[in-house]
Write a protein that binds this ligand. Structure first.
Ligand SMILES: NC(=O)c1ccc[n+]([C@@H]2O[C@H](COP(=O)([O-])OP(=O)(O)OC[C@H]3O[C@@H](n4cnc5c(N)ncnc54)[C@H](O)[C@@H]3O)[C@@H](O)[C@H]2O)c1
Length: 260
């Protein structure tokens, strides 16, 4: 018996990085997984691997999370194949760094659409099925940028702040239906997104060395937290923002030299 057996999960952005790790882990723990991504080739590879381990456990779908029409189609296909959805992991996101003077309305709007509107419309589309099932867990991936500011991430930070705030509001509205909503604030997790922010080995190594644990997080580290929040083990946990950052947010950055 897995930790999420008999549950049906949607994981967005599951073609690579954290979403891939989350889809693989939820499937390994017994869930049926609808793995979606704008990159169908990437998510199909992940789903083929999952199905080689557990035949029929996963479905790959092409999905632009900023599109309400895509959400309607993904949810309809997922429900038809597996039944009512009981876990939603809103993971897909873009970084699109830009200094404040380069932020245009189009840049701001695209970042908000892919990172924030996507998660809201995803919840709106899935919630009727969770109500039908009488249970649900929604995990919205935000970012440590909500807590610790980063230069060049203006629109990204705004979008992730919206994710955290909307998750709290949704948690209260949905609690009477036994639907839990939590957000996750990852620190620096080594994925393609981090390679975009730190484009060479020297800057990657420097960023890892600056962490209190002297390393970056791995996608599987976040996946274990998502698994917990998705499972019934977290039945009393809703409306929280879970920081997972190797201690970065509580670090003062300075360690005095002490002598006794
Ligand atoms: N990596 C980090 O350090 C870090 C830190 C904090 C938060 N996050 C957040 O974690 C989540 C996962 O990031 P990651 O590091 O795995 O990134 P990643 O770039 O490795 O993966 C993102 C995935 O999302 C998909 N995607 C992009 N736009 C999409 C769209 N419009 N519709 C559907 N899919 C789309 C991509 O194809 C890709 O497979 C994101 O929401 C990101 O903002 C990442």
């Amino acid at each position: 018996m897995g930790r999420v057996s008999n549950k049906v999960a949607i994981v967005t952005g599951a073609g690579t990085g954290q979403g891939e790790a989350e889809a693989r882990l939820l499937a390994a723990e017994g869930a049926s997984v609808i793995a979606t991504d704008i990159n169908l080739d990437a998510v199909s590879r992940v789903v083929n691997d999952i199905n080689a381990q557990r035949p029929g456990a996963a479905l790959a779908l092409k999905h632009d999370v900023s599109s309400g029409e895509d959400w309607a189609s993904v949810v309809a296909q997922g429900v038809e194949k597996f039944g009512p959805i009981t876990i939603l992991v809103n993971n897909a996101g873009i970084l699109a760094p830009a200094s404040y003077d380069k932020v245009t309305y189009a840049h701001w709007q695209r970042t908000m659409d892919v990172n924030a509107w996507s998660q809201f419309v995803g919840m709106q589309t899935v919630i009727p099925h969770m109500k039908e099932a009488g249970v649900g867990s929604i995990v919205n991936i935000a970012s440590l940028a909500v807590v610790n500011a980063c230069g060049r991430f203006t629109a990204y930070t705004a979008s992730k702040g919206a994710v955290d705030a909307v998750s709290r509001a949704a948690a209260i509205e949905l609690a009477p239906f036994n639907i839990r909503v939590n957000s996750v604030d990852p620190g620096v997790i080594h994925t393609a997104m981090v390679d975009e922010a730190f484009p060479d080995k020297a800057s990657i190594d420097a960023a890892a060395a600056a962490q209190p644990l002297r390393r970056m997080g791995r996608p599987i580290d976040v996946a274990y937290l998502v698994l917990y929040l998705a499972s019934d083990e977290a039945w009393f946990t809703t409306g929280t923002s879970q920081v997972i950052d190797g201690g970065l947010s509580v670090s003062g950055g300075v360690t005095p030299v002490m002598e006794r």
